[in-house]
Ligand binder design. Sequence first.
Ligand code: AMP
Length: 476
Amino acid sequence: MTSSTHSSDLDQPKEECGVVGISANSDAARMAFFGLYALQHRGQEAAGIAASDGQVVRLHKDQGLVSQAFGSGKLDPLVGGLAIGHTRYSTTGANSERNVQPYVVETMHGPLGVAHNGNLVNTDQLRSKLLERGAGLQSSSDSEVIALMLAASEGDTWEERLANVMPQWTGAFSLVVISATKVIAARDPWGFRPLSMGRLPSGGHAVASETGALQTLGCDQIREIEPGEIVVLQGQLTRSHRVVEPKNEQARCTFEHIYFSRPDAVWDGLSVHQARQRLGEELAREHPVDADVVIPVPDSSTPAAIGYAATSGIVYNEGFVKNRYIGRTFIEPTDELRRQGVKLKFNMLEENIRGKRVIVIDDSIVRGTTSGPLIRMVRDAGATEVHMRVTCPPIAHPCFFGVDMGTTDELIAAQLGVAEIGAHIGADSLGFLSVERMMKALGRDDGYCNACFTGSYPVPVQLSLAPKQRFDGVLG
Ligand code: AMP
């Protein structure tokens, strides 16, 4: 288990992450463990579970994958029918021990545990208010602020206290809370990050960041928790309250469709796999090119490559074989390590490539360090031409709401135009899907946050309130 007490600028939490909450007859922690396993792709740095037997909340959390954090015997002490769990995304160069979740505190109303996915943009203000009122803060984590605000809030029950403080939180939060006797789930009124619930085969209920985790647990009656809604899970019962009106301008994260969610997720009522396939279809219409074969960068781009191939009439095949036991190269601390990571992660199926004009489909270009080595590998495998097609627009603006895109300085599209990026990565041609085509593929006119593409943020945010490492101006 980890804890720490100092803070630094490097220690900004970057809350992508996955969350689960369980109310069952018994053994909720084990179900939370399986739920977290299904959400492993949302966070590979650390994992934690807090469980309650109706009186005592017990916690275990540690660095590493879910299977590493919960090695032999670690679940056994976490007895009881209530549990929340969290899997935390990797950060670059940050001392992140103190930000491992769930965050559990003793309060005058009994024990309270909090885990969340997302990022509040007014944490600094909220922290200052807490400090003025004499609260001691240990970490830079939003979860601690959320827990301490809840503990100090007016109200007779935890849901009343949550309803009282929730309107003060600006930004993205898909939240699970555990007390001695209940689990509560809540989603911000913009609906930035996903959160769904379902009924367990045992009759209890589960909430999870993605519907795939609920399927893993055998849930039926799966539905999205609405923006601004809180749901209380207690025994076999659930109670739902609309505590904050959903914002007129909803702001679901488009990047969940593009890259972040598993393809078996249903997000905003859409199958992510099918959405990705349609992104590929639109990409083929917007950026056609003569070629012999379409290959995906596995795994997130596979459905889009299928869509691109179907619409263009060009053969789909696999070109990269991915070693699935290597973590995301994106998280390595230096560009050089990231470049080496690409080679460690992929081998080429040369016989599918040699002598061919190849279209490579990737979900996104962020820092631009991966695409160059990928294209080089395709050329080394004997491709005569390499055309790169990307299923989203250029990412030129950092994310405030829970996806670690890097800083403006790091985003290649903030520095270079499309033609320059193409030259930089060594592609014969490069095409990004436009915002309009992307939304067409999703079948939605609005309701999404596209700030990383457009710079138009759904919530006004200022430099002084933003993660300090990332921004250099006022955004609004
Ligand atoms: P790069 O352009 O080198 O920064 O890497 C982009 C690749 O990293 C994309 O093709 C995605 O597969 C993956 N990726 C995109 N966004 C993220 C993110 N927020 N965290 C981790 N990996 C990402």
